[in-house]
Write a protein that binds this ligand. Structure first.
Ligand SMILES: NC(=O)c1ccc[n+]([C@@H]2O[C@H](COP(=O)([O-])OP(=O)(O)OC[C@H]3O[C@@H](n4cnc5c(N)ncnc54)[C@H](OP(=O)(O)O)[C@@H]3O)[C@@H](O)[C@H]2O)c1
Length: 314
């Protein structure tokens, strides 16, 4: 397994990580445990969750599954999603962060978080308040590194300049949506992360599984898959236009002796600002396949050819 530094920090993260928003929802504890054990077995260390995934069960299941193996994994969680109806049960105020961090630590059954991420920007809380609270958590040892998610380029720049001016801990990562299908981050967010030294943890890297090639044109989504259980997502992804490009990408990968899964990971990892691709695996076999995908290094000629194929999509 290859490791990269998370942005400008000293933390080494596996280039392939694990996303866990299926845990506690579509996946029960037994399934979760099998996937987490395989993650450790194949040498992935990055496990990304949130206080909100699976209505808090994702963190709970992960905490139970990593018992006795805490030193082998990096636990990344998030705060900001609504956790109740009350006015202070969402966002990144000092009150909400301080309450939520202790709940996350308890559910994850750990005394420190490797990475604590602001899940969404909070327009109602000054960034100084959020950063100062996160800085306190780092000083207390509850949190080791901090990051953001779903921030616009200007919000990352504002946060980084504020941290610098006030001598507070800076964000070391950002988590935006990024895949061969969704490249908006390349305009502002990724260059901003590069300039400020944040590593990107792309979410929906496989476009919810579409970029694995397991969905076929004109056929119903295979039983038990994510898109079989979500008709709204299926109708937006399983379109003829998307299949036109997907089939081109599958041919490109096959001509080079690789699978579509390999290509979806290798293409993201060709961007040096990407630190770890946190794909949501539901089975141990998927973890093994995803881990192997991190071994393919695309050449500049490959990237040029792929740009041509992807341009047809726009
Ligand atoms: N920051 C944010 O706002 C935000 C938002 C969304 C997600 N996230 C994070 O990003 C992570 C990744 O996103 P995601 O899981 O929603 O989307 P994803 O990684 O694009 O797709 C995950 C789906 O791909 C399928 N899959 C994974 N590996 C596979 C393989 N080798 N072969 C075949 N199918 C495979 C699984 O489908 P089946 O279910 O069909 O097996 C899985 O449910 C999440 O778990 C979460 O941690 C963050």
């Amino acid at each position: 397994m290859e490791y990269r530094r998370l942005g400008n920090s000293g933390l080494e993260v596996s280039v392939v990580g694990l996303g866990t928003n299926n845990f506690g929802g579509r996946m029960d504890y037994a399934q979760t445990e099998r996937v987490v054990k395989q993650v450790v077995e194949v040498g992935l260390n990055m496990i990304d969750t949130s206080n909100s995934y699976g209505s808090t069960k994702s963190e709970e299941y992960i905490g139970k599954a990593v018992k006795g193996m805490r030193d082998k994994v990096l636990l990344a969680t998030k705060v900001a999603s609504p956790m109740g109806q009350g006015p202070n049960q969402r966002g990144t105020s000092r009150k909400h962060i301080l309450e939520e961090v202790d709940k996350s630590l308890k559910r994850l059954d750990t005394d420190y978080l490797d990475l604590y991420q602001v899940h969404f920007p909070d327009q109602c809380t000054p960034i100084e308040e959020t950063l100062r609270t996160l800085d306190d958590l780092v000083r207390q040892g509850k949190v080791r590194y901090i990051g953001c998610s779903n921030f616009a380029g200007w919000q990352i720049a504002q946060a980084m300049e504020t941290a610098k001016a006030l001598h507070l801990e800076p964000f070391v990562s950002d988590q935006p949506e990024y895949s061969m299908l969704r490249r908006e981050v390349e305009k502002e967010v990724a260059p901003c992360c590069g300039a400020y030294g944040l590593g990107i943890l792309p979410f929906f890297p496989l476009a919810s599984g579409f970029l694995t090639g397991k969905y076929k044109r004109g056929q119903a989504a295979p039983e038990g898959t994510r898109l079989a259980g979500n008709s709204r997502q299926a109708s937006s992804l399983l379109t003829n236009a998307n299949f036109d490009v997907l089939e081109g990408l599958e041919n490109f990968a096959a001509e080079r002796g690789h699978s579509m899964v390999d290509l979806a990971f290798a293409w993201l990892l060709a961007n040096p600002v990407v630190s770890s691709v946190i794909a949501g695996a539901t089975k141990p076999e998927q973890v093994t396949e995803n881990a192997k995908a991190g071994d393919w290094h695309l050449t500049s000629a490959d990237m040029k050819a792929l740009d041509g194929l992807l341009a047809k999509w726009k």
